[in-house]
Ligand binder design. Structure first.
Ligand SMILES: [Mn+2]
Length: 443
């Protein structure tokens, strides 16, 4: 943690101009090293074959507009993945050719000294942008549409297969639709290509993913220690979120879920307004975003710090089900197959716990999902597991009639032969949860 922060500080001090926020410079996670950005763009160009990819940044939201509580600028994931930048109204254009060298262009809004008085120094086209991204050719954003039209025209004249590949915002954009029609080009959705790349994390992504999980686990421990009969759900949420932020997380990966008693059986309960009663279980599904990467962890705790015999039996069945799925992780298997294994395990080991019937009828969601820049990250679920893919394993049992809900969610990265647990910093076994809860929060 501290080492990372110090490295970022040194980078900021050595920079020839004042630290510019739009590239994570000075952030706890630090900027994405240029060699990673170059490797990602090179990989994408290879996958493009013959075509032009256009990826646009996010747009600034208005503080007075539709999102008064959500004016924070967060970059489009694909744009950040390929540029490392946080720059509104910008474009990345990659021109891939069969025979000629590929070209990469970065279009950034020209700097505006009046606007900068309000919102701080921005990154314009030029040497600074080049050194942060490794893209030599940077241009003013107001040239982008005209020049893209030119790229498309020159490609079409040369003939052969040609695609205009667009990111999320542009795929239904009339400018591009008309451009493609007029030039006789095919428009293709770029997202599946980028999703396949983002599914396999590189070393800089793994560094961020590990830190996001580590910070989130510490937040869970803080929330466990804040729990007691009479505490409010929002107090636990506050303890976790304050910890995330104090350890360098810049955002939440998703709205925190803290549900006690009957609320624990509502999968996406996020109001956090109830008071914890002795005898209840609390499901806490909370994760931090660190340097643009999400964590996703769920723990279930007894309000009093001690599980009842019934709660313990259900908890241990969920935990053993999770372990059965974890033990089956290896390259080549699919998430779908892991889900079947978990369900079969829970069914076979239910005994009389959920009679009449087996407990798997209360396991009402899927076993897990990809995690990355989004908490439910991009990527096909038919993809066989391969090294450096990250996903969650999260069985649960929810019995509303008993006001009893248990979910245990961990995050793993696939290794050469099995998996590594990223979220092990948060206690998983009932005994470890009880042990952590004995140490109370100091007021
Ligand atoms: Mn999840």
């Amino acid at each position: 943690m501290f080492r990372v922060a110090r490295v970022a500080l040194v980078v900021a001090l050595l920079a020839p101009v004042p630290a510019i926020a739009p590239a994570q410079v000075g952030s706890p996670a630090g900027p994405v090293p240029v060699e990673y950005l170059v490797a990602r763009r090179t990989d994408l160009l290879k996958r493009l074959g013959n075509g032009i990819a256009v990826i646009r940044s996010s747009e600034q939201r208005s503080i007075e507009g539709d999102y008064p509580q959500d004016s924070d600028y967060r970059e489009n994931n694909d744009f950040f993945y390929l540029t490392g930048l946080e720059t509104p109204s910008s474009w990345l254009v990659l021109v891939a050719r069969d025979t000629l060298a590929p070209q990469v262009y970065l279009y950034l809004p020209a700097r505006d000294s009046m606007a900068e008085r309000w919102t701080g120094v921005r990154l314009g086209p030029g040497a600074e942008a080049s050194s942060l991204t490794g893209i030599e050719d940077t241009r003013a954003a107001d040239l982008a549409e005209r020049q893209i039209r030119g790229f498309v025209r020159s490609r079409t004249v040369q003939g052969g297969e040609f695609y205009l590949l667009l990111g999320k915002e542009a795929v239904s954009d009339t400018f591009f639709q008309q451009l493609a029609l007029g030039m006789g080009a095919g428009v293709t959705d770029l997202r599946p290509l980028l999703a396949a790349m983002r599914l396999v994390k590189d070393a800089d992504e793994m560094r961020r993913m590990r830190m996001a999980a580590e910070v989130s686990a510490k937040g869970h421990v803080a929330a466990m220690r804040a729990a007691h009969p009479g505490a409010w759900e929002y107090e636990l949420e506050g303890a976790a979120e304050g910890t995330f932020r104090s350890l360098g997380a810049e955002r939440l990966a998703y709205p925190s879920i803290v549900g006690t008693g009957i609320n624990a059986t509502t999968l996406h309960y996020d109001r956090s307004r109830s008071q914890l009663q002795a005898g209840e279980l609390v499901v806490m599904d909370m994760g931090a975003e660190y340097g643009f990467y999400a964590a996703d962890i769920t723990r279930t705790i007894p309000v009093t710090g001690k599980f009842s015999p019934r709660q313990l039996q259900i908890y241990n069945l969920v935990l053993a089900t999770q372990q059965a799925a974890l033990d089956s992780i290896k390259p080549g298997i699919t998430l779908g197959r892991l889900g079947q294994i978990a369900r079969e395990y829970m069914k076979e080991h239910s005994g009389e716990l959920c009679a009449p019937g087996t407990c798997d009828r209360f396991f009402i969601h899927g076993l897990g999902h990809w995690v990355g820049m989004d908490v439910h990250d991009v990527g096909s679920y038919r993809t066989p597991l391969a090294q450096n893919m990250v996903f969650t394993v999260e069985p649960g049992i929810y019995i509303p009639d008993e006001k009893l809900g248990v979910r245990i969610e961990d995050e793993v990265v696939v290794t050469a032969t099995s998996y590594e647990l990223l979220s092990g910093g948060a206690p998983r076994t009932a005994a470890d949860v009880e042990k952590v809860m004995k140490v109370k929060k100091k007021d």
